[in-house]
Design a binder for this molecule. Structure first.
Ligand code: SF4
Length: 921
């Protein structure tokens, strides 16, 4: 029976939850014989991107083998409609080359040789190192660096319990720029569009809606379109999304922010603005004051029109390369959609360009003008449509600040300067005692990957390198410990995402553990029931923390003691039991209605809809209190601090900004060194047309997209995904192909400032002339001769050698091919390429404000040279530091340009926030 807390349409052919203990189906593989199979169905959450779609695992009751993984139709976000990566989980579980046991390096670091060790040895070794670092007050030398998070807040709690400032993430190669642009407006760092009710949707997203971030969005965009809504996709490529759109807006790379100002101009000029919304919710008085104008609303209306009078469709067209009539038309249609205008930017232009944060800033400007903020069919802040329940205990903030994470030069960076870690270490800002990589492959994923090799090869830079990973990856080669962590069916995590105008939680769970518990089997840790000795991070951190502080003297152990059995080590059941019993409104009641405990309910259903139809949370009224209202300024205040917004009748909570309003004028930008960018603006990208030497063949390379069937590293241990997508040719327009002198499939050399790679071309009118584009999700490799490796569905053997003191050349020694394994399909691999690796040839280019890596590259494109081979990668890291320092020189450090002697504004988010004292320079 479908729980009534879940809003979905039951699928008649899908087994209802009350039949999940014993479900009978005919075995498809036995056809035409009618062989009946009995399954136990266990829900979990997909781990192959951050969208957290629901999955149902079919376990053969006879063999205990996972036979298939399907979408969970009762999941409020995904509703059973998953992308190819969800069902491909079964491949990852059954991958014959997966890592099943913890391993320790043998021989020198980077030798590619490992031996099996016990979990006890791993825990003892790591606990001793970490304890020593903590006791010796080296609290910036323990670092956890996350690729795929897949949980909401679990490890942040662990790190704060240890008292270290060591959380690092991948965000600055992903979304930091867009997050800053959104944050400046509202304090929410991601958008949550209500696509299904939109009349007009504008997407500036490379991954979103084409598979990553998110399939739950994609299905709602199409629903809106089927209901008559219009769709515009801004992308230099004719992406999957663009191919479904009414408008394909292929701007010159880096000019998207100007296109958006063009739309704003049309909306202002034609008076399509929702002025009532703007009057109440925008800090227009601050804007007027900064401009030296009178604080009167009609003067503001007049002034705003004048300020953006320059951004005519003709002017925007001259910069973007679009035609003026299209800008005019789209601008008008957005204005006419009004509060039903949905929009989103993620990666794409924001992640590609210097000043990419302005794309999000200007996109939200358009949404604010038409009043499409948290409205039905509009775009809310992510935090309003995401529910993160609190755990039983919260450690106090750490008393440490790591300059390797948040350096002084980037006080407004949205997350850590993640991808620049080797550059920051090399410039003498610190070293690392113990580095944990979690589902993270920086040697392959990050720009300047050879700089990471260089860092890992230096034991003085990184004392101990620990890789927590479900699958083999390039970075593991330089690890001291490679520790197998579970896939979606082998681990616990609690997740929530902003999929639509609702809040929900999803519970990822180890399927074999759930079944073992149902069968009453006796075990202590999840690795005892998972395949091999595959563990999960949740329990690993509990066990490690307990070993770091066995007697509780460091104050760490208490954070890992059971809330139900004082003084004893918490179990993972107890950790989630407490959350489900105490932190999720409505869950205990829903569970009781089915005669279950909240934990039993979540184990049974895997998800819970907390609240449906979430709109306009900024209008929530403040509880009565000891505060005053200022009707002229439209604010609620106390002791000089703004607490909320007053609209003449109601005292409301407003947004998470210092003014509680949407900040058209950003005091944060003005106070921290960037007053010229305090209002929505346009900055020239580093790949702007004016910066390209066309005479000498320079072009802009757009590497920020991926194929929707791919994950990052973890596609390569899925045979189905590898069969679907196994090349990443360089998209090139026929005009450019003619100029370069290549035809479809021929080889080119793409040369960056630090190296080059050789790849085949895909000649297509689906990319803007003058631009080349190459997906960054392919080109996996393993060094020939390594004793430990995996993922041969997609990995090439390579010869990776130093050809000078600082230069590396990587060359393939073997194409992708059939291989011997326990999986009979490995004998049938028909494809020979796994794509070409390109990220290693990109120097690190941190945006001076957001700290985001600016992925687009100025490149020269030429025919391959004699001796070049498909897949060659050459890079000289001797040039890397110079490029990094060029970008660093464009920053405005907190010490000279900041405010109040702080490292960073107190109101900006910071992962694992330390004590306020630590913010002081
Ligand atoms: S969009 Fe695809 S990869 Fe992402 S969580 Fe959903 S099914 Fe998994």
């Amino acid at each position: 029976m479908q729980p009534d807390t879940m809003r979905t349409t039951p699928l008649e052919s899908f087994p209802p939850p009350d039949k999940w203990d014993d479900w009978q189906e005919l075995d498809a593989k036995a056809w035409p014989r009618r062989v009946k199979k009995n399954y136990a169905l266990v829900p979990t959450i997909c781990f192959n991107c951050e969208a957290a779609c629901g999955l149902i695992t079919y376990v053969d009751k006879e063999t205990q083998e996972i036979r298939k993984v399907e979408g969970n139709p009762y999941h409020p976000g995904s509703r059973g409609r998953n992308c190819a990566k969800g069902p491909a989980t079964v491949n990852q579980v059954q991958d014959p080359e997966r890592i099943l046991y913890p391993m320790k390096r043998v021989g020198p670091r980077g030798s590619g040789r490992f031996e099996r060790v016990s979990w006890d040895e791993v825990l003892d070794t790591l606990a001793a190192r970490i304890r020593k670092a903590i006791v010796e007050d080296r609290k910036t030398e323990v670092m956890y660096h996350v690729g795929r998070p897949g949980h909401d807040g679990y490890v942040e709690r662990v790190l704060q319990a240890w008292g270290v400032d060591g959380h690092n993430s991948h965000t600055n190669v992903c979304s930091a720029a867009a997050r800053l642009g959104y944050t400046l407006w509202s304090g929410y760092d991601r958008p949550s569009p209500d696509y299904e009710n939109a009349k007009f949707t504008l997407l500036i997203s490379a991954h979103l809606e084409t598979g990553h971030y998110f399939n739950p969005h994609a299905q709602r965009i199409i629903e809106a379109k089927m209901n008559g809504g219009k769709l515009a996709a801004c992308d230099v490529r004719l992406s999957n999304t663009a191919s479904m759109a009414d408008y394909w807006l292929a701007t010159r790379p880096g000019t998207e922010a100007m296109m958006l100002l063009g739309f704003a101009h049309v909306i202002l000029r034609d008076d399509l603005v929702d002025w009532d919304f703007v009057r109440t919710w925008v800090n227009w008085r601050d804007y007027q004051r900064a401009k030296g104008r009178e604080e009167e609303f009609t003067a503001f209306q007049r002034g705003l029109r004048e300020d953006y009078a320059f951004a005519t469709p003709a002017h925007a067209a001259s910069i973007t390369g679009l035609d003026a009539a299209t800008i005019e038309q789209v601008g008008r249609e957005i204005g006419e959609a009004g509060s039903r205008f949905a929009s989103h930017v993620w990666r794409n232009a924001a992640a590609g360009n210097e000043g990419g944060w302005a794309v999000a800033r200007n996109l939200q400007f358009v949404s604010v003008l038409v009043g499409a903020v948290a409205s039905v069919g509009g775009t809310a802040g992510s935090g309003t449509n995401k529910f993160v329940p609190s755990p039983f205990k919260k450690p106090r903030p750490q008393e440490a600040w790591s300059e390797l994470l948040y350096p002084n030069e980037w006080p407004l960076s949205h997350h850590e300067l993640s991808f620049c870690l080797p550059h920051l270490v090399k410039s003498g800002r610190g070293k690392i005692d113990t580095w944990f990589g979690r589902v993270y492959n920086p040697v392959w994923t990050n720009p300047d990957g050879a700089m990471w090799i260089d860092m890992f090869e230096d034991p003085d830079a990184v004392g101990c390198h620990v890789m927590l990973t479900p699958t083999w990856n390039e970075t593991s080669r330089w690890a001291d410990f490679v520790l197998p962590m579970g896939h979606a069916t082998e681990r616990h995590d609690l997740m929530s995402q902003e999929t639509h105008a609702a809040t929900w939680i999803g519970f990822r769970q180890p399927v074999h553990r759930v079944l073992a518990e149902r069968q009453g089997r006796d075990f202590e840790w999840t690795y005892e029931v998972n395949p091999g000795e595959v563990w999960e991070e949740d329990e690993f951190w509990i066990a490690l923390s307990w070993k770091i502080d066995p007697d509780g003297a460091l104050g760490i152990r208490e954070q890992f003691e059971s809330p139900y059995r004082p003084g004893e080590r918490i179990t993972i059941d107890e950790y989630y039991r407490w959350i489900f019993e105490n932190s999720v409104p409505g869950l205990p009641e829903a569970a009781a209605a089915e005669g279950q405990t909240p934990l039993e309910y979540m184990r049974r259903h895997g998800c819970f809809l907390v609240k449906d139809q979430v709109y306009k949370t900024h209008e929530h009224e403040l509880p009565p209190g000891d505060y005053a209202v200022d009707p002229d300024l439209g604010v609620v205040h106390k002791d000089g601090e703004v607490l909320g917004v007053y609209d003449g009748e109601r005292c409301m909570q407003g947004f998470h900004t210092p003014s509680k309003k949407l900040e058209l004028y950003s005091p944060t930008m003005a106070d921290w060194g960037w007053p010229e960018h305090a209002a929505p603006t346009y900055l020239e990208s580093h790949v702007d047309e004016s910066k390209l030497d066309r005479e000498n063949g320079e072009m802009a390379l757009v590497p920020t997209f991926r194929l929707p069937t791919l994950i990052h590293t973890r596609s390569a241990n899925s045979k189905w995904l590898s069969e679907l997508s196994n090349t990443n040719p360089v998209w090139i327009h026929p005009e450019d192909a003619r100029r370069v002198g290549v035809e479809m499939g021929e080889l080119i050399r793409v040369t960056t400032r630090t190296g080059y790679y050789v790849n085949a071309v895909w000649v297509t009118e689906g990319v803007r002339p003058g631009v080349v584009a190459c997906s960054h999700h392919m080109g996996r490799w393993t060094v020939k001769g390594d004793q430990v490796s995996g993922n041969h569905w997609q990995l090439h053997d390579v010869d990776l050698r130093k050809v000078s003191e600082t230069a590396y050349l990587m060359r393939r020694t073997k194409p992708v091919d059939s291989f011997a394994s326990d999986d009979e399909d490995s004998d049938k691999v028909w494809w020979s390429s796994g794509g070409v690796h390109q990220n290693m040839t990109f120097p690190a280019q941190p945006d001076p404000i957001s700290g985001m890596h600016c992925w687009h590259q100025v490149v020269t494109v030429s025919k391959a040279e004699p001796g070049d081979r498909y897949g060659d990668v050459y890079v000289d890291i001797g040039k890397s530091m110079a490029v990094f320092e060029e970008w660093q020189a464009r920053t405005r450090p907190a010490a000279e340009h900041g405010k109040d002697g702080l490292r960073r504004p107190l109101h900006l988010k910071r992962v694992c926030r330390p004590t306020e004292d630590m913010f002081k320079l």
